[in-house]
Design a protein around this ligand. Structure first.
Ligand code: HEC
Length: 176
């Protein structure tokens, strides 16, 4: 009698154990497969991606043909190398008075982007042949950087280059 009773208890214990195991497994499957996660009402902002592609001006195949990336790279070059004299916006505001107002664009060394390129190559000498404050940038700026800064100036000057793209392209092959 005693033994039978024990046997009965063991069996129901076994069913209970099996039942809870099945429940745990089903719950696990539900959580893993179906449940979309717990919404705590918090908004997570993805941190700014650190592996965003960095624009590389040096890899431009034709840096003498303007595009958006070249102009914005040129804006940085201008800020670093030219703004102290010509002003942040090229209009001499915050610059030095005897530098050229690039927005007005009364060019003395010839019109157009090819002549500007030569200015960056050679600097400007005064009538007596003395070096002005506008020195050569050929040591500081590589040709592709000079094209970039000049295409930035093209976006702010009122006296824009009328040089033909094909002339600029063939000039650029030899310009150092
Ligand atoms: C130290 C001051 C100084 C800095 C820096 C400077 N410039 Fe000049 N720039 C001048 C002066 C001064 C003139 C006018 C020279 C003259 O004709 O007597 C000038 C003239 C010019 C001209 C006019 C050319 C023409 O035909 O009239 C251009 C274009 C120019 N600069 C571009 C640049 C660029 C691009 C940079 C930066 C890479 C730069 N400058 C940096 C002082 C500066």
């Amino acid at each position: 009698m005693m033994a039978e009773n024990q046997d009965f208890h063991n069996k129901s214990g076994m069913y209970f154990l099996l039942g809870s195991m099945v429940f745990v497994i089903m719950f696990f499957i539900y959580v893993v497969v179906f449940h979309k996660g717990v919404d705590l009402g918090e908004k997570f902002e993805a941190p700014p991606s650190t592996d965003a592609p960095v624009y590389d001006l040096a890899s431009e195949k034709e840096p003498w043909v303007s595009n958006e990336n070249i102009v914005s790279a040129g804006a940085k070059i201008f800020k670093q190398n030219c703004a102290t004299c010509h002003g942040e916006k090229g209009n001499l505001v915050g610059g030095v008075p005897n530098a050229r107002n690039l927005v007005v664009g009364q060019w003395t060394q010839g019109e157009g982007i090819m002549n500007h390129f030569k200015v960056l190559q050679n600097g400007i000498k005064d009538a007596q042949g003395n070096q002005t404050a506008m020195v050569s940038f050929s040591a500081q700026l590589k040709p592709f950087e000079r094209w970039a800064v000049l295409y930035f100036i093209e976006t702010l000057t009122n006296n824009k280059s009328k040089d033909k793209p094909e002339d600029v392209a063939s000039f650029a092959q030899t310009a150092q």
